[in-house]
Design a protein around this ligand. Sequence first.
Ligand SMILES: *Cc1c(COP(=O)(O)O)cnc(C)c1O
Length: 550
Amino acid sequence: MATKKLSRVAYFCMEYALDSPFKIYAGGLGILAGDYLKGVKDHGYPMVGIGIRWKQGYGEQMVDAQSGKVYDAYKNGNHEFLEDTGVIVEIEIKGKPVKIKVWRVNSFGVDSLYLLDTDIEENDGESRWITGQLYGWFGEERVAQEMVLGIGGVRALQALRIKPEVYHFNEGHALFAGFELIHQRMAKGATFEAALAKTRDEVVFTTHTPIVQGNESHPIDRFLYMGANLGISKAQLKQLGGSPFNMTVGALRMSRIANAVADLHRVTANSMWKKVEGRCEIIGITNAIHRPTWVDQRMLDLSAACDGSKKAKEALWKAHMDNKKKLITFVEGRTGVKLDADKLLIGFSRRAAPYKRSNFIFTDRKFIEPLLKSGKLQIVFSGKAHPLDDNGKKIVENILEMTQKYPNSVVFLENYDMEIGRMLTRGSDVWLNNPRRPKEASGTSGMKAAMNGVLNLSILDGWWPEACNHGVNGWQFGDGFESEDEAVLDKHDFKAFKKVLADEVLPTYYERREAWMDMMVASIQSTRDAFGMQRMLDEYYSRMYRRTTR
Ligand SMILES: *Cc1c(COP(=O)(O)O)cnc(C)c1O
């Protein structure tokens, strides 16, 4: 790669998951961004990341032992490891100057991430709180946070004398960076149209959300009274993002090119935003993971060395059992429940959102109950609900009821984080994924599992249609069926699930262990490069960042 000249990129994201206790992440978006910047360092790509130093981050989510209710707790992070760049930039929010301190992260395997922070003495109490809680707010406070990321981010790059050729908005949160670029051009005399055209030439965008309500929007007046518009008129704002202003629509009109995060998601996103005139093309670049963060090196080595002999497979199995026992010990430490290493263990950890159907496996009690009572099937759940999402909390509480009903075979780990994610995607036998297709944009936990030899049992959604070879490297159920009628879809999918579990997964595990080991080898070998960071970086650099006009 030293031979071709690569564009210098500034990557903007609200959250980064670098290490479990560094809680400036919430979920999949942050996992992707953190893994991406680790890959950037490993492989030497020219990129800097812009994010926010969240004082409290996403918070912890616990279960009250007495009431069985979910509650959130926020703690101030200890971020002493951050490097002070000495740079402070200023933006204006509601007519008031807000100072933003710029920190550099040079640890956890990244060296080019800059974090913005308003919690400094120069600011008043209200301004200091802007970078307090990740996704803690929806309205005005969210816009203030996004102004820090976008406007503050562009100004921080300039103060640091970093001159990107491409600005990559990972989700619509960074959109105000585009406003700032337009604003600076207009300040030098360009018309709005000319400034927009120039800016569009250097902005690219990744969309992650195939659910319409998941795409943030704001009344245009909010932008105006907060000063987020930076001199762009009401009519021009409307022309960009509609009214109310939809951040995804705005980003699609302010970018040269955009991408969805899997091939199926490309199809979904194109149909979702079909009616948006004047938007850029949306291509598909499937997500990937940073192997050293998530995958047990022994599994990679043993599968690579596997010559098909029984001995080689047994060595792989032994390493897997070691990971499974570590998970069982971890679960016992957290919950007091001791699972059985000789029985099939299904892992499931998801944000508690209805489309992910966390309760799916309990759909037909007559079917599942004997398996859980006999201990032939064990399930470890984890997941968090958004602090303001009562439905999500209900979902978690429903799972908690199941842990009471089947105390020896169903467990729930509270406060899902990177550590739990790593334990579960290494130590489970099967990784269950049952979203309502096509609502799961990509899903990276399945990739972590696959590369650890944990077999995916999944709806054909997100990344899985690209990887699945049914019965060879994992299993699919549902055959890609879709329906607007949720009851119809749920019924269809459960029937399919039941059949695959009963006819294929359980017999292979209990009666054909060597075939299971073959599947583990196939799972690792078929995914390790195809869903590794190097492939994803190559694709972004060759398909997104390459500039055609100059
Ligand atoms: C991997 C991971 C995710 C993303 O996984 P999905 O498959 O998108 O659900 C989210 N949170 C944590 C803690 C993870 O480790």
